[in-house]
Design a protein around this ligand. Sequence first.
Ligand code: ASP
Length: 307
Amino acid sequence: MTPLPPVQLTHLPAGGPAIAIHGGAGVDPASLPSVQSAAATAALEAAVRAGRAILDDGGAALDAVCASVRVLEDSECFNAGRGAALTIEGTAELDACVMAGDSRSGAVTCASGPRNPVMAARAVMERSDHVLMAMPSLALLEQWGLELVTPDYYVTEARRRMLEETSSFLEYRHGTVGAVARDASGLVAAATSTGGITAQLPGRVGDTPLVGCGTWADDATVAVSCTGQGELFVRGAVAHEIHARLRWGGQGLATAVRETIDELVGARGADGGLVAVTPAGEVVLAFNSPGMYRGYDVGAGAVTAIA
Ligand code: ASP
C-alpha cells in the first residue's frame, strides 16, 4: 500500500480572539521563485492584519474573515478574485462562501462580475432568502451595492501561461483562499474563495461554495475553511466532518483534523489542507500537500508560512 502523505499540522492552544488564513494548498514551495514567495508572504501578512485589526477593535468574526479574504482576492498571488485559475476555455469562474457560527450562510458559484466574490457570498446571505446562487446577474450584484469588474480583471498573464502549460484538469493546479476567526464574544465564522482548478470544465463546482464541504462554522464546535482537490472535499463533506468529530465523536481538534485529512483526502489519493478555529480560540492549520500558504494571529502578532 502506498504510504499516506504526512499531514503537517500547527496546533495553537485555546486563547482569546484568533484569526487563521490560508492562500491555498496548491503550492510547491520548492519550485516557487523567491520574488513570488516574498510577494505572497507580504499579502498573507496584510490579510492576517486586516482580519486581526477587526478582532482587536471588538469586531465580529464574520467581518474579520471577510476582510482577510478580500485582501487575498485582490492579490494576484492567489487563486481567487484577480489571479483566479482559468477554465479550459480561458475564463474565470469564481466561487465563494461565508458562514457564521449561528448557521447563516451565503455562497456564489460560477460567478463573474464581483471584484470580491466573498462579498457577493455575504450579500446572498444578508440580502436574499437563498444560500447558494449560481451565476448571479450583474444587475443583482449592482443592486446589492457590490463593486463590479469586467471578466478580464480576473485574468492574469501568469494564469494564462499556466493554462497553456496544463494538459489536463487532472494535473490539479489549484489554490483557494480562506479564513476562520473567533471574536471576543467567542463566536466563529469562516469564509473561502476560489477560481477552482486550472483547466476545469466551465460550470464545474468544487467544494469552496458548498456549505459543509469547503466551508463550515458552528458556534458550538468549530469554523473550517478548506483548500485542495475539491471533488474529494465534496465527497467527504470534509468541513462538516471536522464539526461532526468534535460534536459527536468527542475528538480534540488536532486529532479530528489529522484523521479527516488522512482518511477522506490522503487515503483517496488527493491532497489539500484547512484552517480551523474553535469557540475557545484553539487554532489548527494543516495540510498533506507539499506546502500551503498560511498565516495566523492569536494575539502575539502575525505569523506566516508557505512550506
Ligand atoms: N478546492 C478548490 C476547488 O476544488 C481548489 C483548491 O482549494 O485548491 O475548487
